[in-house]
Ligand binder design. Structure first.
Ligand SMILES: *Cc1c(COP(=O)(O)O)cnc(C)c1O
Length: 385
């Protein structure tokens, strides 16, 4: 991309599959603008519902293998709407410590009591559920499926088991998994075979699907309930037709090109292997989100600026988006990167990180007990691009 007129390699976009600039997606959005207009003109519940919204909802329900689907203005609004509708004062929401800010705010909006369990810690969650809840109180467990800032996975199967055992609803936010995980990019819930178990799947159209807007998929009665209770849906204008049509086209591209998500993960393996070879440790496996922890916020900013001088655009992520002391460059891989771009990026990033003392000077160049030697064959087998 061009950043202030300078060509740089983009390593911090959520447009994971490059669909935002796919010709078919752009044309569908442009056609929709000409055919249906720039905006929907009203809330879905008044006069804003258009053919393209219905089509997209049907298509998304089929994609997620659920009975029904309802669109929201954005993922942020979807989490406000779903949590606000499913829980109220007197209920309890159990939320992972590293859940996305839109989930945190959704918990607040619901006015339910919120129990924050330690990150991916099912023992902690189980302990809280065992303690019970007031007579008549409903319970909701909510989690990101792929965590936005760390790239790691929620223990979905265990969460589903706990939800079942304690009669709690399970809401899973697939913002970073849709288009990136599972069979045909159908997400982490599909990957775990939990489509029939998860109560509500939230997804965004703004990341891998390259558009804007979001959705909640569930059984028919839950979706009907959301339509009648989710305030960010009821009291807000329906998504613009070009955004909905763009997302619909992106979904068609994804379904016709199952190699796209595979390419994304193959690229992620290339970058992870290159970074590991340069001495970065603790990178999460099998994910397209690779955090390079700098620690201090100022160090993360310096790392970002120096990387930019080297032609790499990876934005510094600081508190409150991430916990204090874990400021980082959150690298995100795209299916449209080439392997050589990613290897060169790893070299550049390692070079500036060593200069700044964020990465040990010779790390990765010597075999340590914790790490295989740089020539170890197993790492290379990950490269399939
Ligand atoms: C980005 C994100 C959202 C918000 O989605 P938008 O459509 O961008 O508003 C919600 N949840 C998670 C986990 C996210 O990463």
């Amino acid at each position: 991309m061009l950043l202030d007129g300078e060509p740089v390699l983009l390593l911090c976009s959520n447009n994971y599959l490059g669909l935002a600039e796919d010709r078919r997606v752009r044309e569908a959005a442009a056609d929709a603008a000409l055919r249906w207009g720039a905006g929907a003109g009203a809330s879905r519940l008044v006069s804003g519902t258009m053919t393209v919204h219905r089509r997209l909802e049907q298509r998304l329900a089929a994609f997620e293998r659920t009975e029904a689907c309802v669109l929201f203005g954005s993922g942020y609004l979807a989490n406000q709407g779903v949590l606000g509708a499913l829980a109220g004062p007197g209920d309890v929401i159990y939320s992972d410590r590293l859940n996305h800010a839109s989930i945190v705010d959704g918990c607040r909006l619901s006015r339910a009591r919120t129990f924050v369990y330690e990150h991916c810690d099912c023992d902690h969650l189980s302990w809280a559920l065992e303690r019970g809840r007031p007579e008549g109180a409903g319970a909701v467990i909510v989690t990101d499926s792929v965590f936005s800032m760390d790239g790691d996975d929620a223990p979905l199967a265990e969460l589903a088991e706990l939800a079942e055992r304690h009669d709690a609803r399970l809401v899973v936010d697939e913002a970073h998994a849709t288009g990136a995980r599972g069979p045909g990019g159908r997400g982490a819930v599909a990957d775990a075979g939990l489509e029939d178990v998860v109560d509500v799947v939230v997804g965004t159209l703004g990341k891998a699907l390259g558009s804007y807007g979001a959705y909640a998929c569930a059984d028919r009665s839950t979706v009907r309930y959301l339509i009648n209770r989710a305030r960010p849906l009821i009291f807000s204008t329906a998504p613009p037709p070009p955004a909905a049509a763009g997302a619909l086209a992106a979904l068609e591209v994804l379904e016709s090109e199952p190699a796209l998500p595979r390419r994304l993960l193959a690229n992620a393996a290339v970058l992870r292997t290159a970074l590991t070879g340069e001495g970065w440790t603790n990178l999460p496996p099998d994910t397209h989100i690779l955090p390079l922890i700098a620690g201090d916020a100022a160090d993360a900013v310096r790392l970002c600026e120096r990387a930019l001088d080297g032609g790499i655009f990876a934005q510094a992520i600081r508190p409150p988006t991430v916990p204090e002391g874990t400021s980082r460059l959150r690298l995100t891989v795209m299916a449209t990167h080439t392997a050589s771009e990613l290897r060169a990026a790893a070299r550049t990033l390692a070079g500036v990180a060593r200069e700044l003392g964020v990465l040990a000077p010779t790390a990765g160049r010597e075999a340590s007990p914790a790490e295989p030697p740089a020539t170890a064959a197993p790492q290379r087998t990950a490269i399939t691009a």
